[in-house]
Design a protein around this ligand. Structure first.
Ligand SMILES: Cc1cc2nc3c(=O)[nH]c(=O)nc-3n(C[C@H](O)[C@H](O)[C@H](O)COP(=O)(O)OP(=O)(O)OC[C@H]3O[C@@H](n4cnc5c(N)ncnc54)[C@H](O)[C@@H]3O)c2cc1C
Length: 419
């Protein structure tokens, strides 16, 4: 019997996993990749160490989608094909030993290259055909040939099944330039609004930018002033971690996590609030500052006192804000403690696709079967990975989505017609 011809578009995390699943299930598999090499983005993950999944027992609850039903039921269904422990077993079988740091899982080698290497070795073992510099420009179904046609610059391929694993628009230099959305739309699919996510916050205030290079531990909140009416504001998200002060504003994992909640937001003004001494109450900070002042005398500068608690550039920023605002009476230690515990910075924008790790938005989940990831509009067309309207936080969640959805789509795409 002729093997089913499955074509995977994109050799990123989801495409490589889809190809393995389809070939293991008996299909003849070809991967078409637009770049010269596979897995460009995968190699950059986790700062080159690849945080490949997360042991969070509530992992499925952490994903988001623009759709009214959210992402959870869809993700739950896809995880039935390959969950976290199944993923780790699969990688181990392929030759990848992993290690966890808290709930974050990395290859023991500490190299993303090892993850890519074991995937490629398995594809070779399974005789999957890899075509590079093969950017797919057009897909269409030919009733006459009874096949999908995939057009690249130099060739038109015929496929029984197609799995679109083209990623998003995040970091387009890695090959995921948004062309997957266009291919899906040409097949009649709805693509929801796309926004960069897991990215930095732009802050227009030059005093914030002047602190570039500083890193501060902080409890961070993302606040929305929905009607631009001032306080009280709605808390959209909060987290604690290291904030990196940059030439454009604020960055770091903790800011990236909050950016997912800013991505889909429209209207109103957003603020980041920082508590730069999250492990002490304002009262405790005030008390310590009083003792410092008692010892050093009132002549001691505010920058110096602020610098006892935070990076000198941030101390200079806070001192300037305090001077701009004026003290309005009260003790010095009160003002300084308040300044450290309640930093409020307006967000003027999100960094763009060039700096974002993922995109929020994608192919609408309403048009995709959550068990097989097959299009509900076009038989024989499947999707996996970030191209779908699902996004997760930093910490291995997005790669787990790529592995699970790739496995589910690849397996289903190699099934007999009508399955
Ligand atoms: C710097 C950075 C660090 C990250 N770190 C982590 C991490 O540690 N852990 C984690 O879970 N997630 C991380 N992520 C997110 C994670 O890498 C992505 O969510 C994941 O790689 C998406 O996989 P994908 O297969 O859907 O898309 P991609 O990995 O983007 O792969 C898509 C592939 O399709 C190809 N392609 C696109 N269009 C076409 C076309 N028309 N024809 C042919 N080929 C095409 C592209 O060239 C690309 O190779 C990180 C992202 C970035 C940018």
């Amino acid at each position: 019997m002729e093997k089913i011809r499955v074509f995977i578009v994109g050799a990123g995390a989801s495409g490589l996993m889809a190809a393995i699943a389809a070939a293991r299930a008996g299909a003849s598999v070809t991967v078409l990749e637009g770049m010269k090499k596979p897995g460009r983005k995968l190699l950059l993950t986790g700062n080159g160490r690849c945080n490949l999944t997360n042991l969070d027992k509530d992992l499925h609850l952490r994903y988001d989608s623009s759709g009214t039903d959210g992402a959870v039921p869809f993700v739950n269904s896809v995880l039935q094909s390959l969950d976290v422990s199944g993923t780790l077993r699969l990688f181990e079988e392929l030759g990848l030993a992993s290690v966890s740091a808290g709930s974050l899982v990395y290859p023991r080698s500490g190299q993303a290259q090892t993850v890519l290497g074991v995937l490629l070795a398995e594809l070779e073992r399974l005789h999957v055909k890899m075509k590079y510099n093969a950017k797919v420009k057009r897909i269409s179904f030919s009733g006459e040939k009874g096949a999908w046609l995939l057009q690249t610059e130099g060739w038109t391929y015929e496929a029984d099944r197609v799995v679109l694993c083209c990623g998003s628009k995040a970091l387009p230099e890695t090959g995921s330039d948004g062309s997957g959305y266009t291919l899906a739309a040409s097949a009649g699919h709805t693509v929801t609004d796309i926004h960069p996510a897991l990215t930095g916050f732009e802050c227009g205030d030059p005093d914030v930018r002047a602190a570039a290079g500083a890193r501060t531990k902080a409890a961070v909140k993302l606040l929305a002033d929905t009607n631009n009416s001032g306080l009280p504001m709605t808390v959209l998200a909060k987290d604690t971690g290291e904030v990196q002060w940059t030439q454009y504003g604020l960055s770091g994992i903790v800011i990236f996590q909050l950016s997912r909640y800013a991505a889909r937001r429209s209207g109103g003004t957003l603020y980041v609030s920082l508590d730069l001494v999250p492990d002490q109450t304002e009262e405790e900070v005030r008390h310590t500052l009083r003792r410092m002042l008692d010892h050093a005398g009132d002549a001691v500068g505010s920058v110096s006192l602020l610098n006892s608690y935070t990076h000198e550039r941030v101390a200079a920023y806070l001192a300037k804000k305090m001077a701009d605002k004026g003290t309005g009476g009260g003790q010095r230690e009160e003002h300084i403690a308040r300044a450290l515990k309640n930093v409020l910075i307006p967000v003027t924008g999100l960094k763009g696709y060039d700096l974002s790790q993922i995109c929020a938005g994608g192919i609408s989940l309403n048009e995709v079967n959550p068990e097989t990831l097959e299009s509900l509009l076009c038989r024989g067309l499947f999707f996996a990975g970030e191209i779908l309207d699902i996004d997760g936080p930093c910490g291995g969640y997005n790669l787990q989505w790529a592995w699970s959805s790739g496995y589910a789509a690849g397996t289903a795409a190699s099934g007999t017609p009508g399955q």
